[in-house]
Design a protein around this ligand. Structure first.
Ligand code: ZN
Length: 326
């Protein structure tokens, strides 16, 4: 895929494309970031661009070479990972890799290799790699992927160009999930809880998320100032550790954003499958009341992020919710 399809890493893409244009790509790169932040895609795109037979600084996506990289069957790309029943990447695997890299490439201008996750190289394996990183045989390109560069030997780190990948923003995750065919409303729920990782976003269990959403909507529906107990019951039931509370607040943000949309006369909401519940939230207070509540949810979220007591934060928020309802 072309560099333009990589979301959220414009600066990194710029650096890589410049090095391609000037013919000065590094021998060895270390891509650091959470799994699912786009490290491997970027690594493969860099290799694809390097191999592309029509474009000097990007992957055309059409030529034979680009299609083979895309299809995962280019004979000059080598992926090194722990073997199925092993924890570590062994020294034997790296010796084999070094041998393969020293052979003439089949069709690409040079060979390329991705080691993932690099922190799983045994110490002896990592030591055996030092000379290769400095002077890869046959001018091969070596890309190490890691979650944390600090977990690698300093001698390995210092021989690679370090490229740190920030976690993806919820907006980028949302776009990518939709591109992958996830329903927009599921994507909108999952994106804020993904920690900037597509991998985590894809793993989040839709079913349990749906159940939780139902529980939250039921609780909100019951809250009224005439039954104060329902307010404290709800915060008791729904508050949890910080992550669970942030997840709940993200859900509330999504509901109230939709309610505000409805109040503003827009029929376009993300939580379409629970539309009646969203309509009753919208109808339960005035438009300015819902806007104000939306702001209060944001504030609560910020407070919880700054380590506020989750139960107290929710008590306050739910109280405001109950008082402002009709
Ligand atoms: Zn191409």
């Amino acid at each position: 895929m072309p560099f333009a399809d990589i979301l959220g890493h414009a600066r990194i893409v710029d650096v890589l494309q410049r090095s391609l244009r000037s013919g000065k790509t590094a021998h060895s790169y270390l891509f650091e970031g959470v799994p699912g932040s786009g490290r491997k895609k970027t690594a493969l795109t860099l290799i694809q661009a390097l191999f592309c037979s029509t474009q000097p600084d990007d992957a055309c996506g059409i030529c034979g070479s680009c299609r083979k990289v895309e299809g995962g069957n280019h004979p000059d790309i080598h992926l090194i990972a722990p073997l199925p029943d092993k924890r570590d990447i062994s020294i034997e695997q790296l010796r084999e890799m070094q041998h393969v890299l020293s052979l003439r490439p089949y069709e690409a201008p040079r060979k390329a290799c991705i080691i993932d996750p690099a922190e799983r190289m045994s110490v002896s394996a990592a030591n055996s790699l030092l000379k290769t990183l400095e002077e890869p045989p046959g001018n091969a390109l070596i890309i190490l992927l890691t979650e944390n560069a600090g977990m690698l030997l300093p001698t390995v780190r210092s021989r690679c160009q370090l490229i740190p990948f920030a976690p993806l923003s919820p907006e980028h995750i949302l776009t990518l999930l939709e591109r992958n065919g996830m329903a927009p409303e599921t994507a909108a729920l999952v994106a804020p809880m993904s920690g900037g990782s597509m991998q985590r976003a894809m793993e989040l269990d839709n079913e349990s998320l749906t159940l939780r959403r139902q529980a939250v909507l039921t609780s909100i529906g019951k809250m009224t100032i005439h039954q104060i107990a329902t307010v404290f019951d709800a915060s008791e039931q729904l508050s949890g550790n910080r992550d669970a509370t942030l997840e709940l607040l993200d859900m509330l943000l999504s509901f109230f954003r939709d309610a505000v949309h409805l109040g503003a006369g827009s029929g376009d909401i993300v939580n379409r499958s629970v539309r009646p519940a969203i309509e009753s939230i919208a109808a339960n207070r005035s438009f300015p009341g819902n806007l104000e509540l939306l702001e209060r949810i944001y504030e609560t979220r910020r407070a919880v992020q700054r380590n506020a007591n989750t139960k107290l934060a929710l008590d306050n928020l739910f109280m405001t919710m109950a008082v402002s309802g009709r």
